[in-house]
Design a binder for this molecule. Structure first.
Ligand code: FAD
Length: 516
């Protein structure tokens, strides 16, 4: 239950991606509520978080109402069609694509012995192509309305853009450092007091203070539930490196001796990071390995983290969004995905409540968000348990003791019958297309987890016909650098996915309504 008062003012404490996305989402749903964002210019944001899922672009345009041409011009995102995993199987050349479209993983495995031709986006990823096609003398055409994509975004540019949007949308900005928190006798949050002694009072508080979790954990006492039995990493180094002008259309996840490394292609350079476990390697050794594998790296920065979530997302008149509530390492780029989901569920709940949130609403929203993080935890467990690429102490420990209890029965079913896509609809996270039964199939086939049958349904002829069609399109598709130049010259094409009954972006709002 809330504090019994009408919610007329909301204070968002923290100005990282979580704070700004939360404030803007609340503004979109609560036009008459006073919304303030308080952040400290002396406490820096985490400054990473650059690969996104395919929920992210529709969230920007359909929920927040950003203008797609404006965003594209100012933030300069690159497109992400999925993740290429250099993962699973001893052969260093083995990889598989976890693309954002779903398709024929079982058939691809059955007839090709790998899943590279399972979907169009996977074929485009293998060929380093973007879904804008130039065929003969015809004018180029875009397949973007039909095939989901995410973005790679430079964190600094993105935060700058969010800041500009918040200013334009009547969100009060306060630069202050919270020094003290004031609660009433019944535990309700009343105010935060800054280092200058100024008291900032609000009816409802959003904790976006990052890993500090100043309000939810330190003030309201919501316990932290660790995922350490599943996720052994706790540190990351990150840096940039020049690329040769080729902008790959995917995030790359590369197995390393003590964890894994990401490569996120931006327009002018690559952004890279090494996620590792400090129990298995010192920071200096990790840095040396990182540089050995990626010779052109610039100076590295480091961050420590803990994987897990808090017991409650909303407690009393406090909700925590972003790292202050929960975090898992970024192997599936889930940080911004969950921030968007949290912000939207909270905004919808507050908009519908016409007053303080009831216990029933709070419990429902808390359950939806804890289920989301838990689901992602179990999905990630599959990545660690079955990656046989390296024989180092870290990876041996992952194979021997990663806790996969939340997903074990699905792995058993896969081993017996093959493709989960064809045998269950139970495996999904709140109506989204990512991380569901198909995603599990990709990870299990891709890592070559033994199975008695693939469960393929299409005949070889049907599969070959479709895969040949993908390959033909890929031959004519542009490399991403060329496609980005083309889209800059024809920005009106960017709008095509926004409309049309068959566009995946237009359908996004249906899935949002499903999850709420
Ligand atoms: P922060 O960025 O830490 O912001 C905290 C804010 O709180 C700051 O503005 C600070 O000034 C303010 N603050 C703190 N204390 C006070 C105080 N006392 N008074 C006033 N203000 C205060 N996510 C993805 O989606 N994709 C990725 O590829 C990805 N990669 C990641 C890689 C790594 C290594 C890590 C650690 C995370 C990654 N994430 C990724 C997650 C993503 O970075 C975060 O989820 C996201 O940045 C949200 O951070 P935040 O806003 O919660 O916290």
């Amino acid at each position: 239950m809330g504090n019994g008062k009408q919610i007329r003012s909301i204070g968002v404490i923290g100005g990282g991606s979580a704070g700004y996305l939360a404030a803007l989402t609340l503004r979109a749903h609560l036009p008459d509520t006073s919304i303030s964002l308080l952040e400290s210019s002396s406490i820096p944001v985490i400054g990473v978080g650059e690969a996104t899922t395919s929920e992210f672009p529709p969230f920007l345009y359909k929920v927040l109402g950003f203008d797609i041409e404006d965003f594209f011009a100012k933030v300069r995102p690159t497109y992400k069609l999925g993740i290429r995993f250099n993962w699973g199987g001893r052969d260093e050349d083995h990889y598989f694509n976890y693309a954002f479209d779903t398709g024929s993983a079982a058939e691809s495995q059955e007839y090709d012995g790998n899943i590279k031709r399972a979907t169009l986006l996977s074929v485009l990823m293998s060929e380093h192509r973007h879904p804008v096609v130039r065929s003969g003398d015809q004018p180029p055409f875009s397949l973007e309305p039909l095939y989901p994509y995410g973005y790679h975004i430079d964190n600094k540019r993105f935060l700058g853009y969010l800041h500009e949007q918040a200013r334009a949308r009547d969100i009060t900005h306060i630069d202050a450092t919270v020094d003290e928190v004031v609660q009433s006798a019944d535990g309700t949050m009343e105010a935060v007091v800054d280092t200058e002694g100024v008291r900032h009072e609000f009816d409802f508080f959003i904790d976006c203070t990052g890993f500090r979790s100043l309000l939810l954990e330190k003030t309201m006492g919501s316990p932290f539930l660790s995922y350490a039995s599943t996720l052994f990493t706790d540190s990351a180094l990150f840096a940039t490196a020049p690329h040769d002008g080729e902008i790959k259309p995917y995030t790359r996840a590369q197995t390393m001796d003590n964890g894994w490394a990401w490569t996120i292609p931006m327009r002018d350079e690559d952004h890279l990071g090494y996620v590792y476990s400090s129990s298995y390697v010192t920071d200096e050794e990790a840095d040396a390995e990182f540089r050995r594998v990626y010779p052109g790296l610039g100076p590295t920065r480091q961050v420590r983290f803990r994987s897990g979530r808090h017991d409650e997302f909303i407690k009393g008149n406090v909700a925590a969004i972003g790292n202050s509530y929960g975090f898992v390492e970024p192997l599936e780029s889930t940080g911004l995905f969950v921030i968007c989901r949290q912000s939207l569920l909270l905004a919808m709940a507050l908009a519908e409540s016409d007053g303080p949130l009831t216990t029933k609403t709070t419990d429902a929203v808390n359950g939806a968000i804890s289920d989301t993080w838990d689901f992602i935890r179990w999905f990630l467990s599959v990545h660690y348990r079955y990656n046989t690429r390296r024989d180092t102490p870290f990876w041996r420990a992952c194979r021997e003791s990663t806790d996969i209890s939340g997903v074990e029965r699905w792995v058993d079913r896969f081993r017996e019958k093959g493709a989960l896509t064809y045998s269950t609809t139970d495996l999904s996270v709140g109506g989204t297309i990512n991380f569901g039964a198909y995603g599990h199939d990709v990870l299990l086939f891709g890592q070559q987890v033994p199975h008695k049958a693939t469960g393929a349904r299409e005949t070889r002829e049907e599969y070959e016909r479709r895969a040949a069609g993908y390959e033909e399109l890929a031959r004519d598709a542009m490399p991403q650098a060329e496609a980005l130049r083309f889209l800059e010259e024809h920005p009106e094409i960017l709008r095509e996915p926004m409309s049309g009954a068959n566009s995946w972006m237009a359908k996004f709002m249906d899935s949002v309504i499903d999850i709420c």
